[in-house]
Ligand binder design. Structure first.
Ligand SMILES: Cc1cc2nc3c(=O)[nH]c(=O)nc-3n(C[C@H](O)[C@H](O)[C@H](O)COP(=O)(O)O)c2cc1C
Length: 330
């Protein structure tokens, strides 16, 4: 098992990663990100530890991936140390990802009300037990944790980081908001910088890196060992390549964009079946946002209205082929 963290840091000094997003960073999307290139590692969407140990085929299927997606980290959420450890074992036996990540940042009530996600930042003893039990079964496979600044106090991380490090965590990602903030306000890069000063293990920064050029800015400001990109990559899987090439959206031709969207649709349907086009609509809506691909397409409002109703790959291809190809660059 390669230690992906050291491998990347030794080769490139900084880690550029796709952040885990429920219903979004599935196998099809990760394959697309990999095909375009630029990301060092992809974090797959969170899966429930409870569902894994109940033998849920659907949940186990969410951890399937193809070789081209490697190196990959599978995120798991849960609150019971033994169940978390057993579920990590199940994922390792099933899919052998390069790493396992624990979700300690999710602010959604359904998750936190069961002591999952960000609620663990209020329960450091429980968080420690989870990490210890998971480390025991994972051996050399890196265990990372994704946190927020805190529950309601934006300085919680100052005490939480040393605690989870002592428990044995190998890498930490910090999203610069509290649970109380949800997605309001902005990610506090100044506090992420403070987190980096405290951390003894590699620390990745996250939050509000919406454009590729901001990757250099957040790394410069926080001195973090890398960055996780979430919403910036939705509808823009070119994000990572553009960040490396210091390019902008205008560097990707419309032809290339359409080709990737079609490829993504095919992979999505291969994963979920033809009915999967229903759940592909959310990706289409991101691809054609007016600050993304929708920017320069005449009549984009009507086209979007059609796109969010497509029910087959064929229908999608027809809509795309009809869009005026007069402007080849966006
Ligand atoms: C649709 C969506 C789903 C998300 N799902 C997860 C998840 O499963 N696990 C997790 O740790 N964070 C999840 N997040 C949070 C992101 O990984 C990230 O921390 C947050 O969006 C801030 O980064 P950004 O400003 O680059 O979007 C999700 C965010 C979005 C928008």
């Amino acid at each position: 098992m390669t230690m992906w963290i050291n491998d990347i840091l030794e080769k490139k000094q900084k880690i550029l990663a796709l952040s885990p997003m429920a219903d979004m960073t599935d196998s099809a999307f990760c394959q697309i990100v990999r095909k375009i290139g630029g990301a060092d590692i992809v974090f797959r969407e969170m899966v429930s530890s409870e569902a894994l140990i109940r033998d849920s085929k659907k949940t186990l299927g969410m951890t399937d991936f193809v070789e081209a997606e490697r190196p990959i980290v599978q995120q798991i959420f849960g609150a019971d140390p033994m169940i978390m450890a057993r579920s990590a074992e199940i994922v390792m036996q099933h899919a052998r990802p390069e790493g396992i990540d624990i979700n300690m940042g999710c602010p959604v009530y359904k998750i936190t009300s069961n002591f999952n996600g960000c609620a663990l930042m209020r329960e450091p003893d429980r968080a420690v037990q989870i990490i210890r039990e998971m480390k025991r079964v994972l051996g050399d496979t890196p265990l990372s944790v994704k946190i927020r600044l805190g529950w309601s106090d934006p300085d919680d991380f100052k005490t939480f980081i040393p605690v989870i490090e002592d428990a044995g965590v190998d890498l930490i990602t910090i999203h610069g908001r509290t649970k109380a903030q949800g997605y309001s306000g902005v990610s506090d890069w100044e506090r992420i910088k403070q987190a980096k000063e405290i951390a003894r293990v590699p620390l990745l920064a996250n939050g509000d890196v919406h454009e590729p050029y901001q990757v250099a800015e957040i790394l410069e400001q926080t001195k973090a060992d890398g960055v996780l990109i979430a919403r910036g990559a939705l509808g823009n899987p070119w994000f990572f390549r553009l960040a490396l090439e210091q390019g902008g959206a205008e560097d990707i031709s419309r032809e290339e964009r359409f080709e990737i969207i079609k490829k993504h649709a095919h992979l999505h349907v291969a994963q979920y079946g033809e009915r999967g086009m229903m759940s592909f609509r959310k990706h289409l809506s991101w691809y054609f946002k007016t600050n993304k691909l929708g920017r320069d397409i005449p009549g984009i409002k009507d086209i979007r209205a059609r796109l969010v109703r497509v029910s087959s790959v064929l229908e999608l291809e027809e809509v795309l082929d009809k869009i005026d190809v007069g402007i080849s660059k966006l």
